[in-house]
Write a protein that binds this ligand. Sequence first.
Ligand SMILES: [Zn+2]
Ligand SMILES: [Zn+2]
Length: 165
Amino acid sequence: MPAPADLRVALSSVPVGADIKLTVRLEAVSEGVLVTAAAAAPVAGECARCLEPVTLSVDVALCELYETGAGPAAMAEDDEDRRFLDADLLDLEPAFRDAMVLALPLAPLCRGDCEGLCPECGIRLAEADPAHDHGGGSDPRWAQLRQLDISEPQGGARAAERQEG
Ligand SMILES: [Zn+2]
Ligand SMILES: [Zn+2]
């Protein structure tokens, strides 16, 4: 089935129209229809550490009872979790969407040991030279600032002048 829109969490989403492999088993029970479904969806995300595009596959399993009877119109407010057969049509998408959003990785990684980005220059450490560093971790611009001597308060020098005069 094609993926519906808005299947996403912060850093990962199922591309709209992506091919989701869905296996559904319907079982008639006394209350309605018991749906057991399994879906495998491709997920496009961004590595939470280095922001590289990541593609992975997410599997979800569903087991939902779709009740026959009064239908959604008669649902009490605290019955939000119950699902009903709507005029004998079984709409699997809301249940699937709920399960899928929960299954999407909140912080996908391009690989388990992703080193992320250099905190100094933002380069991907995986692509950088293994010896990549910035000379003790200091930016040259900050090094210049450090040469300014701010340890001696100027008030001390002025006080000395006054004593002389
Ligand atoms: Zn990464
Ligand atoms: Zn760097």
